[in-house]
Design a protein around this ligand. Structure first.
Ligand code: PMV
Length: 362
């Protein structure tokens, strides 16, 4: 979609060495993307809040190398200041796959320095913040070298498209507050190729919104998201699931506009349990929830019934539990977490996060 063979540097006028840094957040899906086809295209539309505290900082440094006919990407890669060969190989393959979009990348020596504010592969979608940060660096680099992405909407669309190619859910992290990815009549301009902003949908209630992430375990997941998506292809409930997700997205968008917390919360929890039910009835079946995840879910439901406070949970593809609630009850909920939930977390680890302003260049 964004292929452009003209984006080549003139070796008689090479650019000065330079660097670009973006901080990009994770996101938490309320209607989940689970199941894909083709090149990272979603089987159903999804909605997420963009977070703030859980984020990745990525610095891309470059120097010109007079080697336009070289075969591919020249990359050094540091994760938390240490060379990381598995990440380097993955990123190099990703950048090579983007050469039709950014042919100039093979005229540069590239160094990437990156790090997360949270443990990777802990079910907090580190790929979403990492891939969105990298996509934003690449778009800024194109604009710096060629001046071709001055239009802010086009910049965001291209960054979202590239982030999607890296990791589907990453395409939603480009936007402040909230995003929708996948074609849906509920959102004009929505696309399977990139996400669009859903910030304008949100009632004020959802702009001051919290997501405290209860870290039940930081262990790497036993089944990756990539394998999980693939297992949807043989899942006997797949077709019904995709229809359900479309319907839930329609209902959710109305609830988001109206500030209807109860409908929002019901969809958030039903989606979390549906996601994990789909894993349990895949072939082979698998479980990513842990006893502590269930203990927290029980307590959250009891707390809500007893206090009437609108606190809801969701889960990503992992054991950690996200608590979603509006800002006006932050003190009550933090007390509840401290007194009743931290004991279920690994080393009492909780990431206090919230609906944020989106990525920033730093
Ligand atoms: O972006 P991926 O391929 O890692 O898939 C992640 C999917 C979920 O996080 C489980 C749901 C979602 O929509 O973010």
């Amino acid at each position: 979609m964004f292929e452009n063979p003209r984006l080549l540097l003139d070796s008689s006028n090479p650019p000065e060495p330079g660097s670009i840094t973006w901080r990009s957040p994770s996101n938490i899906a309320i209607v989940k993307y689970w199941g894909k086809y083709g090149l990272q295209l979603p089987r159903n539309p999804s909605f997420s809040f963009t977070l703030a505290a859980a984020c990745t900082d990525t610095e891309l440094s470059y120097t010109f190398r007079d080697d336009a006919h070289s075969a591919g990407i020249n990359l050094d890669f540091f994760f938390h200041e240490a060379e990381n060969e598995p990440f380097r190989v993955k990123t190099e393959a990703f950048l090579n796959s983007l050469l039709p979009v950014f042919p100039f990348l093979k005229q540069l020596s590239i160094t990437i320095n990156t790090g997360n504010s949270f443990p990777h592969s802990a079910g907090i979608a580190s790929s979403a913040s990492a891939m969105s940060a990298l996509a934003l660096c690449l778009c800024s680099l194109e604009d710096r070298l060629f001046g071709t992405l001055q239009d802010a909407a086009l910049f965001e669309q291209k960054a979202s498209f590239l982030a999607r190619l890296g990791s589907g859910s990453a395409c939603r992290s480009i936007f402040s507050h909230a995003a929708i990815w996948g074609e849906t009549p509920a959102m004009a301009g929505s696309s399977n190729e990139y996400a669009v902003s859903a910030a304008d949908l949100l009632h004020d209630t959802f702009k001051d919104f919290h997501d405290d992430i209860l870290i039940v375990s930081t262990d790497e997941k036993s089944v990756s998201s990539r394998d999980g998506h693939a297992l949807m292809e043989g899942n006997p409930y797949a077709t019904a699931r995709y229809t359900q997700a479309r319907n839930r997205l329609d209902t959710l968008t109305e609830a988001l506009k109206n500030g209807d917390l109860e409908t929002f919360g019901k969809i958030a929890e039903d989606e979390a349990l549906t996601l994990h039910a789909l894993m349990m009835c895949s072939n082979p079946s698998y479980l990513l929830m842990q006893p502590s995840s269930l203990a927290i879910i029980e307590k959250v439901r009891n707390y809500r019934a007893e206090t009437g406070h609108p606190v809801y949970f969701t889960l990503d593809a992992g054991p950690n539990v996200h608590l979603l609630y509006p800002g006006n009850i932050v003190h009550e909920v933090r007390d509840f977490i401290d007194q009743h939930l931290v004991q279920h977390c690994e080393n009492e680890y909780v990431i206090q996060d919230w609906v944020g302003e989106g990525p920033e260049e730093i």
